[in-house]
Design a protein around this ligand. Sequence first.
Ligand code: PEP
Ligand code: MN
Length: 343
Amino acid sequence: MIINMMEGATEAELQHVIDSVIACGYQPHVIRGTERTIVAAVGSGGNRTQLEALKVAPGVEDAIPIAHPFKLVSRQVRREPSVMEVAGVKIGGEEIVIIAGPCSVESREQTVTTAIGVKNAGARMLRGGAYKPRTSPYDFQGLGVEALKILAEARSLTGLPVVTEVMSTEDVDLIAEYADVLQVGARNMQNFALLRRLAKAERPILLKRGPSATVKEWLLAAEYLLSGGNSQVILCERGIKTFDTDMRNTFDLAAVALAKELSHLPVIADPSHGTGRRSLITAVSKAAIAVGADGLMVEVHPCPERALSDGPQSLDINGFAAMVRSLSEPLRRISSAEVGASA
Ligand code: PEP
Ligand code: MN
């Protein structure tokens, strides 16, 4: 933290700041300029909140944090990328992992057909909502336990590990019996009671970014999980709210790159919720991989026009297979002057 003293701050005010920095558990370094004085508070493990409160101490102009507020998720603590292993599938390593499946589990047939289809097309994990966070209470809310049983059956038929959302602390144990990865949905990113409970769960967590959350808030939500004891965390960018009305959300590509830069945790991209438009999923998936995403989560339905949730952003099985094939196509060539060509 850098504490800028006001021009004309008295020696007594400066001494008060120095004493307070020490009382907060940091070492004060005083830099005297010609017009004003700066106190740098150095160290870790002190009382940061109390230090920040020095903003309003007499003679202080401002207190500016220089370090990130998150620690365990940060690259400063761990330089190497973390690789999460889920039933033999590695996320965050060399290869891009694709998670696919319906927005909601609607029936055994719909889920099993999708699971087999996406596996044959190259997916390494199955997604499917059993407990659905719906904006309207009148919309389909998910099949609950019945859906968990269907997902478990689809896993045993295909070998694909299962990702499903948990919305409430009460459901954690039950869902963990059936699922390999527990998803925290965008609307729950800052449900701190849920995060604290999931920090004690023995399952990896897929943490979606809230639609109005900054990257810092997203990483602090992940910090709840790590600091509470669960280091198995996968971040998921799924689009944020902006002024655009033609897309459901605006997929924040740079946030994928920034989260990778600031954190060692794997980051995956959800182009389905990130755009709300089936036609954009392939393009946004390619872009996400280009900026460093470790994987994708894509909604797939055997018949999107009959889906009970998120049909317009779901690919059908053939569409998904075509998308996966196209991800291996090389990027377009960069135009360059031929070597040795005459001017
Ligand atoms: C979902 O994955 O189906 C979902 C509800 O996602 P989000 O929390 O990103 O809206
Ligand atoms: Mn959905």
